[in-house]
Ligand binder design. Sequence first.
Ligand code: F6P
Length: 532
Amino acid sequence: MFDALKSLYSKVSDRSILSLFDDPNRAAEFSVNFDHMFFDYSKTNIDNAARAALLDLARDRGVAQKRDAMFQGAKINDTEGRAVLHTALRNLDGDAVHVNEQDVMPEVLQTLTLMGDFAEAVRSGDFVGQGERITDVVNIGIGGSDLGPAMATLALAPYHDGPKCHFVSNVDGAHISDVLRDLNPETTLVIVASKTFTTIETMTNARTARAWMSERVDTPAAQFAALSTAADKTSEFGIDPSRVFGFADWVGGRYSMWGPIGLSLMIAIGRDAFHAFLRGAQSMDRHFCDAEFHENLPVLLALVGIWHNQVCDYATRAVLPYDQRLSRLPAYFQQLEMESNGKGVAMDGTSLPYHSGPIVWGEPGTNGQHAFYQLIHQGTRVIPCEFMIAARGHETDLQHHHNLLAANCLAQSEALMTGRSLEVARDMMAAKGFSGDELERQARHRVFSGNRPSTTLVYPQLTPEVLGQIVALYEHRVFVEGVILGINSYDQWGVELGKELATALEPILAGDADASGKDGSTQQLVDFIQKN
Ligand code: F6P
């Protein structure tokens, strides 16, 4: 499927990206604007011919038809027989969306109202549990039931005016111990966030939190809320249905923070700001549905991704937000992209004849610059970088910080593209007084090959609305990449085997079963842990 693109690429693979700017229109023609958001992909090796071929590929693969099917509630997650409708959770106008011929919107909007009422009651002090006003909220969840709200709560710190929110995900007892240690059970609300309400990490942490609370609170369950599709299990746990916020199976875990899974965020920033977050996402949904492909942000971002991953064969993608409050965004994108598009078989069950989605990783700038950028600049592998930065920070009294931040962000993409030639490095070393073989040796260490691709997304300011747009942009990007790859982006069978084996190993480690059926390495590791 990628042969035509690969052949285009083979003709230009040695071309300098910088030379593309000989065309004075290069920057303007390889960037798009949407609602004060600006996406620049001019510092890639994509030229007019490659872009046209990529856009044709998106059309040929039926991206528009599949997008419409998704928004209309078709069961596109066909290994689980489910619709994929996280977009309905931010459909604030309530236009009908049908699943099995039933409009799901009345229930979605009713749940949003109930969540809002509860969040505001917690924030105002009307909800007190058994103690005093709630000062702290602990969200217990993992994967999509943690990363989204944890990332967004951190991202929107300037909007926090509610109780402090904490997040516990890891089954490592260190996580819950460290979080609960400084909290008062009488003024803490625990939210158990689990779509299935069976995830072992979450349920273990939830039981530990309940035991912790029961030492000081008569009816701990009264200070618990649940976010789940499994009403029977939440009531078995003892949580009153009035504090259970449900959602349907057509909301995938990693796409779920727009609904009840976002409750902790809503408590932190309030109902109105949460609605602004949803409105931002909804505006991106509309853009995705309405904009022509050549100016459609999710489509273009996906095509750049396909170009780098499947055509140029760059295996990884670095996400580099120059925004400290987006420090959890790379982890969030890791789940979004890798759990969605890390699949080795196509929809029809045949093996993919090309690579699955990319390895995604990253850290906020400028910290990463002092850690791993060395490899990005001079390592032997090319790593496409995706820079992100706000035009304006929130700290208006610290404008010089933001100027420096932005200068660093732009400097990195410039350096990656332009590099530094051996001639320039030689001149530098000669100016420092080196000569002969030593000059040559020293100069070679200071060469930057350049020609390393990057994109830059500039957003106006990290407001709730803009964060909603950014996340929805990446969700749709993953969708488009998945459609082009011909895979189901909405299941996650690859996480199952490890879960099953962990369940079997737990009694072995506890000493209640023997490890004789296990391979030699696993037996040896069990043995060492038990002895030590
Ligand atoms: O193990 C993977 C996964 O199913 C994710 O897809 C999901 O976000 C996470 O576990 C948590 O699942 P749950 O919300 O059901 O606890």
